[in-house]
Design a binder for this molecule. Structure first.
Ligand code: ADP
Length: 701
């Protein structure tokens, strides 16, 4: 902008400058011509005056001193600047000097003394009229001065006015240098009578500076330097007058004009400072350049302000954008973090809007409620989620649902209900807490947290039954122990042999009761451990495990002397907790032996095979009393004892422990009737790998 502005400005300035320069030349030409004209006019006035005087002098029959004084008198009032003397001069040869002197003494110059200079022709001043008040002596030989002599000769030769070269008057030579000036003479021949006889000359002495000073001052108007030179045959610079204008600066307009003066020419040198010459410069270029530069500066400033303003605005926008992006990034990060947290937690979290549609729900919420995201978004949860009261029959009234209440501004904590829908055909018990929330826009919504408490409820129920059974099963032997202990005390108080024998029996029963309590307590601990103990999963050789259990169980024959007959098939290696798996096998083998009719040797087959999914199906089959129909599933419940087995000692916890352990291994366990009589128990457990793990290690113990 600045560059273009300056370029245009200086361009226009240059054009105008050129225009002004041309103007200056024209002005200078005009002024030079005017000055030359002034000089010419003024000199012409002197020439004319001289010619008139010469003519008047020639017109006299006898030019006496007084007549000459009379005819030159008007010159005094003509204000011929610089004119010092007007003299009447006559020629005289060497041999006629005395004659001439006598003649003019007679005509009115009685005291005339001619003072010849050198030899030859002479020109003596006869009459002198002072025009500047100076006192002059006539009789001088003008041939003494080179310049006047030349002028006189030229004048006589041409018959008209001649101008001399400049020269310094003797008077002036005595003055201080600054007052000295060059003078010149104008000479006009005087012819007398009809015959025009040459009588002499009229000679006007003029001081150049005084003569032209005023003229030059008028012509120069204090703007031009003017120097008037008389032309010299030898080309010397003979200054007539000069004037320097009181103007500072380089004279860049120079002119030289030739001015005709009488029979010769003078040269007028002019000099001027262009910028100071009125009309020479319009001032426009400077004004244009100045104005242009000012305008350019202003525009540049304006543009700069605009650009700077725009840059500032852009900077602000950029910063705001950055902050916005950073804020957005932060919000996005937080949202992602929140979503990651929500996705990761096991609690279900859902947020519903005022219309009941889910605005947000995490995977746990969908899993717990058993519904797809689409359904949740559609807001159909009130009647489509299959929500029931804990009795499993009464549908949960929509208006009492925690989310409904939260939307109405009422929070609720841990409300339990059942969920039953296609995704959860088996009842799930959930706990719901909900609270009203309000968005920044003032819209009311609700947030709910869902817990699947099915397992906890199950455990609670179990514990409840457990507590009842434990209370019963521990109270019964305790009551027996107490009763028998009292009998022992009574018998010992009366130490008769029969009473002692009774006391010993009672003591035996006390011990049996204590054993039962011990067994129960141990099994309770096992049961708890089966659920809570940390699993140490490793490769377990099923074969060794079974051998170990069988050995322990079959070491001693039972009371009837029957030894169990156990067939152990090919058994693979499995992945599991060695101690817990041993407990499963021990319980199953123990039951197989225990639930075999007395006096009959237990026959047990332990076999295994790897199924299609790589799991190992372990089968324990016996030929015992079997489980009554309809109770094959129930026997796995804790404390459940089948109706036909109550004669045997037991707690009803063994199979419950088995199921818990198998399930912790990711498998399942079931019981089924053995077609050949007795019962078959089958459980699955993860296999180590493949069929090759099956060892051909079948044998009979
Ligand atoms: P307990 O043996 O202490 O009663 P269990 O949980 O081991 O408890 O067994 C539960 C019930 O299942 C037993 O009371 C018994 O009636 C029945 N049962 C278990 N194993 C067998 C079996 N091998 N043959 C017949 N009935 C069995």
């Amino acid at each position: 902008m600045a560059a273009v502005g300056c370029g245009v400005t200086f361009g226009v300035g240059a054009v105008l400058e050129r225009h002004d320069a041309a103007n200056g030349e024209v002005q200078m030409d005009r002024r030079s011509a005017a000055a030359a004209e002034a000089v010419r006019t003024e000199t012409q006035r002197y020439v004319d005056t001289l010619l008139t005087t010469a003519a008047a002098a020639g017109a006299q029959e006898v030019l006496t001193r007084s007549e000459y004084a009379a005819l030159t008198e008007p010159l005094k009032s003509m204000k011929l600047a610089g004119a010092s003397t007007i003299a009447f001069v006559v020629p005289a040869a060497d041999d006629r000097i005395g004659e001439v002197q006598s003649l003019w003494r007679e005509r009115g110059a009685p005291d005339l003394v001619l003072d010849p200079y050198g030899h030859g022709d002479h020109a003596f001043s006869i009459y002198l009229t002072s025009l500047d008040g100076s006192v002059l002596t006539p009789g001088l030989d003008l041939m003494r001065g080179e310049a006047p002599a030349a002028a006189l000769a030229a004048s006589r030769r041409s018959g008209t006015v001649a101008v001399s070269d400049t020269y310094q008057l003797l008077v002036d030579a005595r003055k201080p240098p600054e007052e000295r000036q060059n003078s010149f003479v104008l000479a006009a021949p005087v012819y007398q009578g009809e015959q025009r006889r040459f009588l002499g000359w009229v000679l006007l002495g003029v001081r150049g500076q005084d003569f032209m000073g005023a003229t030059l001052a008028r012509a120069g108007q204090n703007l031009l330097d003017l120097t008037l030179h008389a032309d010299d045959p030898e080309r010397r610079e003979l200054t007539v007058a000069s004037l320097r204008a009181k103007v500072e600066g380089e004279r860049d307009l120079i002119r030289t004009v030739v001015v005709p003066v009488a029979d010769g020419t003078w040269t007028l040198h002019l000099g001027a400072v262009r910028d100071r010459l009125p009309g020479a410069t319009s001032g426009l270029p400077s004004a244009v350049v100045g104005g242009g530069l000012a305008l350019t500066t202003l525009l540049t400033l304006l543009v700069w302000v605009l650009v700077a303003g725009r840059e500032r605005a852009e900077e602000r926008v950029r910063r705001a954008t950055e902050e916005l992006l950073a804020g957005e990034e932060e919000s996005r990060r937080q949202a992602e973090l929140l979503l990651a947290v929500l996705d990761g937690i096991s609690d279900g979290v859902g947020v519903v809007g005022p219309d009941g549609r889910f605005l947000l729900h995490n995977p746990a919420a969908r899993r717990i409620l058993g519904r797809h995201a689409e359904l949740m978004a559609a807001g159909g949860w009130k009647d489509q989620f299959g929500l029931y009261r804990l009795d499993g029959v009464t549908e949960y009234p929509p208006e009492e649902l925690p989310l409904t209440r939260a939307l109405n501004g009422e929070g609720s904590e841990q409300v339990e209900m059942l969920v039953r829908n296609p995704a959860h055909p088996e009842d799930r018990v959930i706990s719901v807490s909900a609270r009203p929330i309000e968005s920044a826009a003032g819209e009311r919504g609700a947030v709910a947290v869902f817990h699947d408490i099915t397992d906890r409820k199950h455990v609670e129920n179990e514990l409840r039954g457990f507590a009842g059974v434990v209370a019963h099963d521990l109270k019964a032997p305790l009551a027996a122990i107490r009763g028998y202990a009292e009998l022992i005390v009574e018998a010992l108080a009366d130490p008769d042999p029969a009473a002692v024998a009774d006391a010993l029996r009672s003591a035996g029963r006390v011990m049996a009761g204590a054993d039962r309590m011990h067994t129960l307590i141990m099994e309770l601990l096992d049961y708890t451990a089966a659920r809570d103990a940390t699993m140490r999963v490793e490769d377990v050789g099923l074969r060794e495990l079974v051998d170990d259990v069988v050995t322990a169980r079959t070491d001693a024959p039972d009371a009837t002397g029957c030894r169990p007959d156990v067939f152990v098939g090919a058994l693979p290696r499995v992945r599991g907790d060695r101690v817990l798996l041993r407990q499963v096998l021990d319980n199953l083998l123990g039951n197989a032996i225990k639930y075999t009719p007395p006096g009959q040797a237990p026959r047990i087959d332990v076999t295994a095979r790897v199924d299609g999914s790589g799991a190992v199906r372990v089968q324990v089959a016996d030929r015992g009393i079997g489980i009554p129909d309809g109770e094959h599933a129930a026997v796995f419940d804790s404390f459940h004892r089948a109706s036909n087995g109550t004669a045997m000692p037991g707690t009803g916890l063994g199979l419950a422990i088995c199921r818990r352990i198998v399930e912790r291994h990711g498998g399942h366990i079931e019981a089924m009737p053995n077609p050949g009589g007795g019962t078959i128990f089958v459980f699955t457990v993860p296999g180590v790998a493949a069929e090759r793990e099956l060892q051909d290690n079948a044998h009979t113990v």
